[in-house]
Design a protein around this ligand. Structure first.
Ligand code: SAM
Ligand code: ZN
Length: 204
């Protein structure tokens, strides 16, 4: 009996091309490099696009991008504790959405997918932005904060793409102004601000 003939198919890996969102196009941005600009009116709450990219581990992301460049620039998006999306590979135009400290979009994660959603009504020609909120690391120094400098131009720009813990806000302002003051003591977890009770005197 002759062995069953194995059907040998050449394995052609189909790369799925992400669909293009009709709501925006990529142009030069005043914030940095290229950015995403609305080309249609977008209503508040609209899911504008999905953030596409190759799913990799945090360790792999650290290996690929070690922050030793003169200026910070990546297309990484943290999905969860295990996975990061690297939009340099298999990414769509959502990778060009810049950061703003006063954004018009937010990102929502649903069933392992990252969506860019309008936080307010957006008119054509407006640049789409969301807050990157890069995680703060306790060992960050003034040069790290300056490395992640923000150029969003918003009135309430915090000066950095990093998410700043409340107790460090004043310190970071100083650092960004070039005044490298020491870091204050980190408040203990669970420590609550004591609110003084105002005892109203009843004057009869
Ligand atoms: C996902 S890319 C965004 C697209 C980028 N503008 C480009 O042309 O490739 C993220 C990078 O853009 C830059 N970027 C985005 N928003 C920024 C901001 N508000 N201030 C300074 N740089 C920003 C940083 O270099 C960041 O690492
Ligand atoms: Zn900013």
């Amino acid at each position: 009996m002759s062995p069953a003939k194995k059907s040998v198919k050449t394995s052609v890996k189909k790369s799925v091309k992400p669909p293009a969102s009709p709501f925006y196009e990529v142009r030069r941005s005043k914030i940095q490099g290229r950015g995403a600009f609305a080309i249609l009116p977008i209503r508040k709450g609209k899911k504008i696009d999905e953030y596409w990219g190759k799913r990799i581990t945090h360790d792999e992301a650290d290996r690929r991008y070690d922050d030793s460049e003169a200026r910070h620039h990546t297309f990484l998006f943290v999905l969860d504790d295990d996975t990061v999306l690297d939009a340099r590979y298999g990414g769509n135009d959502a990778r060009f959405i810049n950061h703003s400290c006063d954004p018009n979009c937010e990102t929502v994660i649903e069933h392992g997918h990252i969506w860019i959603k309008a936080m307010k009504a957006i008119t054509p020609e407006t640049e789409l932005t969301y807050d990157y909120r890069f995680e703060w690391q306790d060992d960050y120094e003034p040069e790290d904060v300056r490395y992640y400098a923000c150029r969003c131009g918003a009135k309430k720009c915090r000066g950095t793409i990093l998410r700043i813990p409340v107790y460090l806000r004043a310190t970071i302002k100083q650092w960004l102004a070039g005044n490298d003051v020491p870091v204050p003591k980190k408040p203990k977890k669970g420590a609550k601000k004591v609110v003084k009770k105002v005892v109203k005197k009843v004057v009869r």
